[in-house]
Design a protein around this ligand. Structure first.
Ligand code: HEC
Ligand code: HEC
Ligand code: HEC
Ligand code: HEC
Ligand code: HEC
Ligand code: HEC
Ligand code: HEC
Ligand code: HEC
Length: 632
């Protein structure tokens, strides 16, 4: 019996080896080499030309953790971290691939988005090599990888170069349930070689959107042989490699006391290292010699986070070998990242912001004072509500601050000067206002500061007070801050006392300032404090803004106002149509019976509530048209 069974096993083994060897030879033949004529690559081969999951020691998969940590697994499973990067399957491709013809300004090619056996494909109207780094000349490509699942979803096709993925030039916007050009999803000036289009997934996105990637450039032009431990942001991104931990707890024979458990719990790390677990991705840093950040370890030398000062220093150091024009351009480009005082104006850089706050440097505040990566079992909120921003429950709002700051000192009318129930007494409404931009929204800054009229005057960043008191001037705020907090007043000019700070910024600001302020006119606490019957003309004006992203946000704000819910408008229309829509919105507002009927000079409303066109034009003529590109 024994002998026979051994024989049987070895013959099976032989067969297995034979089949394995044949499969390997087959794969080697099928695997395209650079010498292949790209035009001959078959659909089948294309489907295989995507990054691979490679689970080598010390790595493990999220599924391996589930048997012992079911709740942690389930809450992670419900998070947007998990679905950040996905292999496209009929189930994960929720975007509209129902024979959707794409022919829109801002996209050079025309093409059809469709499905084959449920799987998304793109068919261009002509054979292209352009798509953008594509090495193939082809019409049809499968879409194999997606990025994002919350606000936007990008799609990637094999480019023909090893496992390099090229970007589909349109992106699906969940909120609007439609495709838009990739360059319209960023703050990008019109008619420039836009940020965001034409990149490969492998060169950059992979660094922060997957778990322990190995980028593996092949040496060929934009060609990579990328592998990842897992697509999306899985357990190991925050807990470190898990295989040894699993072995330790599975193998009852190991003497646990003698083995060190390598698993990392960010909640038990010192504040700096804890913040760096998240900062591995939620930060902006010099990208040279990038390596994945390992949770629990301090940032390597090459993870120098970028600040306005450090970027300025690099520009100055390079001054000797760059032309004055280039130096000036690079200096102006700092505005794409930072406000003039160095605060970030872009989302996704929360680590940089946190480390510039005294609460972190002196108090050890980490991301986990406010966020929770696994929803608690006793949290009554629906999981989808928690997953949106992953904020703590019990400690949301003021409680996250009162862990360190005395409630008897700060959660008081003496400090906030607003009644306890008022939105104007929530700590983060004054100390973390919405002055960052990203993903077609305004987002709370993660640098903790206080309202200050000097800073606002010198940076052009509206104060937290004005972002709620939309109808008030900077002068009004400066007066209050002097009266309430004994702050000195900056030197102000007469418009600072005459025109609402938000209205001024909306008319005179650069594209990113216009985006933030047009968003503010629809923010619930702000409309509760300052009303919503006066603001339609301002949203209407920005319906014809030169920047597509600003127009999109203007339309969203406009539709949130009474009477405009169904307002018809498409932010990608031609300029003459935008003009017509803008005028139609203004006309609709003029006939609104609820609009103000008295003069409100700070809001540029003259006698009878008529728009003071002359003052409006004066402000609008000062619009800051410097080029802004927000490279999120
Ligand atoms: C065979 C069971 C088992 C598996 C599989 C397992 N764990 Fe654990 N894990 C444990 C046990 C038991 C503890 C508690 C150890 C202790 O209290 O010292 C633990 C603790 C943890 C902790 C908390 C450590 C701390 O210091 O607070 C984390 C984080 C963790 N595991 C993550 C993971 C991840 C990630 C995976 C998958 C890669 C995983 N675990 C797979 C059994 C397991
Ligand atoms: C330095 C790290 C980093 C790099 C590199 C990076 N991202 Fe991100 N990305 C982030 C972070 C952090 C967020 C979350 C930001 C937030 O929610 O405000 C994010 C969010 C996004 C989102 C929103 C996801 C959703 O579900 O709505 C998209 C889309 C996105 N990134 C696309 C890209 C693309 C495309 C690339 C490559 C061209 C890229 N990112 C490169 C860190 C990065
Ligand atoms: C984005 C980062 C992140 C990811 C991804 C993540 N965790 Fe966690 N995990 C944390 C943090 C932070 C804590 C500390 C408590 C908290 O914030 O919820 C934690 C705590 C834990 C703990 C300790 C028990 C507890 O709830 O405090 C376990 C076990 C754990 N995680 C397992 C997992 C497993 C298993 C996965 C994947 C299926 C996973 N985690 C994915 C960040 C993460
Ligand atoms: C491997 C990179 C990576 C790590 C590590 C990481 N994140 Fe993220 N995080 C991302 C990306 C990318 C997104 C965008 C995902 C999305 O929103 O679809 C994101 C999204 C988020 C969101 C917004 C979720 C939403 O869509 O509303 C929060 C909050 C967040 N991360 C907090 C944290 C915290 C806190 C930590 C550390 C415990 C952490 N992240 C660790 C990359 C990372
Ligand atoms: C003092 C509390 C606090 C701390 C500390 C904090 N956050 Fe947040 N975070 C918030 C709040 C509140 C929001 C919701 C923002 C909003 O409504 O616009 C948020 C939103 C976010 C978002 C989603 C932005 C978006 O809407 O797309 C990300 C990503 C994020 N935080 C990451 C982090 C990371 C990473 C850290 C640590 C480096 C951190 N946060 C520290 C309070 C905090
Ligand atoms: C982990 C503890 C901790 C948490 C949580 C925390 N802080 Fe702080 N915060 C500190 C410490 C410590 C300082 C420095 C005090 C000093 O310099 O004397 C500080 C400073 C400040 C300052 C002065 C900043 C400056 O630059 O001068 C403000 C404002 C502030 N915190 C507000 C907040 C608010 C609002 C929250 C909640 C969103 C919060 N803090 C959460 C510990 C914390
Ligand atoms: C999140 C919104 C919000 C923020 C931020 C805010 N307030 Fe208020 N404020 C209100 C609301 C709402 C009221 C109405 C009365 C109440 O609820 O207390 C109010 C009332 C007032 C009043 C009395 C009524 C009036 O309009 O004259 C003054 C003065 C005032 N706020 C000044 C400020 C100053 C100064 C700041 C910044 C330091 C500020 N507020 C920040 C919402 C806000
Ligand atoms: C209406 C706006 C407003 C609200 C709401 C508010 N603060 Fe402040 N806070 C300020 C201003 C303005 C300053 C700056 C005072 C100065 O210039 O000295 C400040 C300063 C601080 C400081 C710095 C130290 C100090 O005493 O000057 C801390 C800490 C602080 N606030 C904590 C909080 C906490 C915690 C909450 C919520 C319970 C809160 N604040 C709510 C406006 C506000």
């Amino acid at each position: 019996m024994k002998g026979r069974s051994t024989y049987k096993h070895s013959s099976r083994l032989f067969l297995l080896i034979l089949v394995g060897a044949l499969a390997l030879i087959g794969a080697l033949i099928l695997q395209p080499t650079p010498e292949d004529d790209p035009a001959t690559i078959t659909d089948k081969q294309l489907l295989e030309m995507r990054p691979l999951v490679r689970q080598t020691p010390p790595h493990s998969r999220a599924d391996d953790c589930r048997e012992c940590h079911r709740h942690n697994h389930d809450t992670w499973h419900a998070s947007y971290h998990r679905t950040m990067t996905q292999l496209v399957t009929p189930a994960t491709a929720v975007a509209d691939f129902g024979n959707r013809r794409i022919n829109m300004p801002g996209v050079n090619e025309t093409f059809l988005l469709h499905r084959r056996k449920g799987q998304p494909w793109v068919t261009f109207d002509r054979e292209i090599t352009a798509f953008p780094i594509n090495k193939l000349k082809r019409r049809e490509f499968p879409l194999l990888l997606s990025t994002g699942s919350h606000h936007l979803q990008y799609f990637w096709a094999p480019s023909g170069g090893k496992r390099t993925m090229a970007q589909l030039p349109v992106v699906y916007l969940f909120e609007a349930k439609r495709w838009i050009p990739v360059n319209a999803s960023f703050i990008n000036p019109p008619d420039t070689s836009a940020h965001g289009t034409g990149s490969t997934w492998n060169e950059s996105c992979v660094k922060c959107h997957a778990t322990f990637p190995v980028i593996a450039p092949t040496g060929g032009f934009l060609e990579y042989d990328t592998t990842v431990a897992e697509f999306g942001i899985a357990c190991e991104s925050c807990h470190g490699p898990g295989q040894a931990h699993i072995q330790l707890h599975r193998d009852s024979s190991t003497d646990e006391s003698r083995m060190v458990d390598p698993i990392v719990n960010p909640a038990r790390l010192p504040p700096k290292l804890s913040a760096q677990v998240c900062g591995g991705c939620h930060s902006v840093y010099d990208q040279n010699s990038w390596q994945p950040h390992r949770p629990g370890e301090p940032f390597a030398q090459n993870r120098r986070t970028r600040t306005r000062a450090s970027m300025l220093e690099s520009i100055n150091n390079a001054r000797d070998h760059t032309s004055p024009a280039e130096t000036e351009k690079a200096t102006l480009e700092l505005d794409n990242w930072f406000w003039p005082d160095g605060m970030s104006r872009v989302t996704g850089r929360e680590y940089n912001n946190l480390t510039e706050s005294a609460c972190h440097t002196k108090g050890g505040m980490t991301c986990l004072h406010c966020h929770q990566m696994h929803q608690q079992k006793d949290d009554p909120r629906p999981v989808s509500e928690w997953a949106n921003d992953q904020l703590r429950h019990q400690t949301s709002g003021d409680q996250s601050c009162l862990a360190c700051h005395e409630s008897t000192e700060y959660a008081t009318i003496e400090h906030t000067h607003h009644t306890r129930e008022s939105s104007g007494s929530r700590c983060n409404n004054c100390h973390m206002p919405h002055t960052s931009y990203g993903l077609l929204q305004a987002i709370r800054t993660h640098t903790i500061t206080s309202p200050n009229a000097h800073v606002s005057k010198s940076t052009g960043r509206p104060t937290a007070c004005n972002l709620c008191h939309l109808d008030r001037t900077l002068g009004w705020t400066a007066d209050q801050l002097e009266k309430w907090y004994k702050q000195s007043k900056p030197t102000l000019d007469s418009p600072d006392y005459e025109t609402s700070q938000v209205v001024r910024t909306l008319l005179e600001g650069d594209a990113a300032q216009r985006a933030l302020t047009v968003w503010a006119i629809s923010w619930e606490p702000a409309t509760a404090a300052a009303g919503r019957t006066w603001s339609a003309p301002y949203a209407a004006l920005l319906l014809k803004d030169p920047y597509p992203a600003v127009r999109f946000m203007a339309a969203r704000s406009l539709r949130s106002l009474p009477g405009f819910a169904g307002f018809e408008y498409d932010f990608l229309q031609a300029a003459d149509k935008l003009e017509i829509a803008s005028e139609a919105a203004l006309a609709l507002w003029s006939t609104d019976t609820n609009r103000p009927t008295n003069a409100i000079p700070s809001l540029l409303l003259g006698p009878g509530g008529q728009l003071d066109q002359q003052r409006l034009n004066q402000h609008y003529a000062r619009r800051n048209d410097r080029e802004i590109v927000i490279a999120e």
